[in-house]
Every structure is written in C-alpha cells, then in structure tokens.
Design a binder for this molecule. Structure first.
Ligand SMILES: [Zn+2]
Length: 351
C-alpha cells in the first residue's frame, strides 16, 4: 500500500515536471519566434531582401552610404545636406554654392558690361535625356562643343564649352531670400581641359523659374518627362532639339561669384562640391507652367535643392546698375515665398 502510494506520488511529480518543461519550451519558442519576427521586419525595412543572413559577405555593401537631399538617417545609410561635409570634407569649404543673392548687397561692376558675356550657340550634338537619380540631365556629346561662352564674370582669356544641363526643384539659389520653383543649370567646361584647381575649370549658368505661362523652350524636355520614360533611375530617352539660346543671352541681367558644384559624390580626381566654378545666375525669373514644373519635380520625386550656404566674405557682382532698375530683385517680377513646411518635410523633430 505504501509502495503504491509512492509510485502515485512519483507519477504526479513526473507529470508536473513534464508539464512545466513543456510550458517552458513553449514560452521559449514563442520568444524566439517573436524576436525572429522583429528582426525580419527590421531587415525588410533596412536591407534588400535575402541579404540578412550573409552579413559577413555583405558587410561592406551595407556600410556604403548614399547622399541625398533629405535629412541624414544613419539607420538607412543615408546622409543629407546637413552631413555632406562629414563624409566629403570639400562640401564644408568656404566657397560653397548655392547662396542667397541679395540685390542691395551685390556690387555693380561696369567691367561686366564693357566686356559682356558672348555666347556662341549651335545645335546640341546629343539629345539624350538621362535620369541619374539626383537630376534629369541633357548631355552634349563629348568633344569640342560649338556652344561656347567668354566674357562677363568669367576669368579673362578663358573660353568655355557646353557640357550638360540639368534641373533642380526647387531652386538652389535664392533671389533676395525668395526660392524659385526650379533652377536650370547650364554647365560649361574650360576648352583647355578641366585640370584647374580654381574657378577657371567650370562656368555654370543658373536660371530660376517661377510658376506662370507654359514655357515653349522647355517643352521638348517636359514632353519627354510626360511620357514616363524617365521615371526610374538610370532611365534615358531622346528628345527633340533643345535651344540653350532660349534661356541665356548676352543681354541678361545676372549676379556672378566664385562658388562650387552643388552636389557631393564624383570621383577622387573630380570630387563633388569642389570650388572650381564661376557662377552666373540670372536675376530675372523665367516662367514655366504649373504642369511643367510638376513634371520636373516628379522626375526625381523629392526636392533636389541644396540649402543656401554662407557667403564667407565672397564678393557678388552684378551687371545691373541699381539706380536704373530699382533693385535687381524687383525687376524679377516678385519672388516666390519660401515654403518652410515643404523645405523641412524630411526633418524628424522629437516631440
Ligand atoms: Zn546643378
């Protein structure tokens, strides 16, 4: 009787132990499943699918950082204008572009008119429009372009030839604090080559746009965008002829100053943000329709304008006598107000 009681007690004890063990295993499994699920979700957000379990192989790729225009997100290996200089020191230089162009602070220089800009325009040898992921760009075929420019604020005796043009939305430069809806950059290079460590290397002409009438000269470009052929990175399409002369002219009013490329990236030999650019920015807005401007913006899908940089004592010259215009900015027909909500849409503010 005592023996059978012992067996019964042992059986009960064993049953209790087994059920405890089972409960413990279940709980452990649940914890693992939950943790795994969490890791998996994060992986789907931050890494390409299928790369999670090859960290040794993929470690270098995962550490590659990409520049862009939204504010830095280290978790996504993404750095914005607030951190460009952290990764590419030249972006923290003293002669960076863009800047705010203030008509009352610009220095009228009569030499700009005695030796005006002289453009030579020719049919572009190249009509391929490319979405490079940061901008929509039209390249002249490599070689000696017949589109040339000398004079104005350019270094004396240097001739520049057209290389490419591309868009930013909104504008990069501001005119008297006002932001344009878009800015077109015409990039020219020194005909003697690009091996100059100073403003002799490149000449860039900036044209700011505001919303208004449809711009016929832009139509070859915006019509191509409307087809959707440039909606993905590295996509390209051919366009009808594009006339630089519709945007730039010898009689244009402008600001000129020594600045930089406005994007990081590039190569060791030709880094982004390098301070080798003589800038001319037209002081009057050109117009484009709301539909055209929307197509330009949608091509990249986010704002592509670097915030304005410190002047750091640089001299900004203009070819417009203040007395004859009542202010360079006033001649622009009004500036566009900065939309701060839009500019800082990517900024995450702690509550
Ligand atoms: Zn640009």
């Amino acid at each position: 009787m005592r023996a059978s009681l012992c067996v019964l007690l042992l059986a009960v004890l064993l049953a209790v132990l087994l059920s405890l063990a089972a409960a413990s295993t279940q709980s452990f499994t649940a914890r693992v499943r939950k943790a795994h699920g969490h890791v998996s979700n994060e992986a789907e957000r931050y890494w390409p699918p299928g790369h999670l379990f090859h960290s040794a192989v993929d470690a270098p790729a995962e550490s590659v950082k990409h520049w862009g225009y939204e504010f830095t997100n280290h978790e996504e290996n993404f750095y914005g204008p607030d951190s460009w200089a952290e990764y590419e020191p030249q972006c923290g230089g003293q002669k960076q572009t863009p800047i705010d162009l203030v008509s009352s602070a610009a220095q009228y220089d009569c030499a700009l008119n005695s030796s005006p800009l002289q453009f030579t325009f020719a049919e572009l040898r190249g009509n391929t429009l490319v979405n490079n992921g940061h901008a929509v760009q039209l390249n002249e075929q490599p070689g000696a372009s017949q589109n040339r420019v000398v004079g104005g604020g350019l270094p004396a005796g240097v001739t520049y030839q057209f290389v490419q043009c591309h868009f930013h939305t909104a504008s990069e430069h501001t005119l008297n604090g006002g932001l344009g809806a878009a800015e077109l950059h015409f990039v020219y290079g020194n005909t003697a080559g690009y091996a100059f460590p100073d403003a002799r290397e490149l000449a860039v002409f900036g044209v700011l746009f505001k919303t208004g009438r449809e711009n016929a000269a832009l139509k070859p470009l915006t019509d191509a965008l409307a087809t959707g052929a440039l909606n993905t990175v590295n996509s390209a399409t051919t366009i009808a002829s594009f006339n630089i002369s519709s945007f730039l002219s010898a009689s244009a009013s402008y600001f000129t100053y020594a600045g930089s490329l406005t994007t990081p990236g590039g190569t060791t030999a030709a880094p982004g943000c390098r301070e080798t650019v003589t800038w001319h920015v037209l002081s009057e807005y050109q117009e484009a329709s709301a539909a055209q401007l929307e197509l330009l913006h949608k091509a990249i899908g986010e704002n592509t304008n670097r915030p304005v940089q410190p002047l750091n004592g640089r001299k900004v010259r203009t070819n417009v006598m203040p007395a004859t215009t009542g202010g360079v900015g006033a001649a622009a027909g009004g500036s566009v107000n900065i939309n701060f909500a839009n500019m800082f849409a990517g900024l995450k503010v702690a509550a």
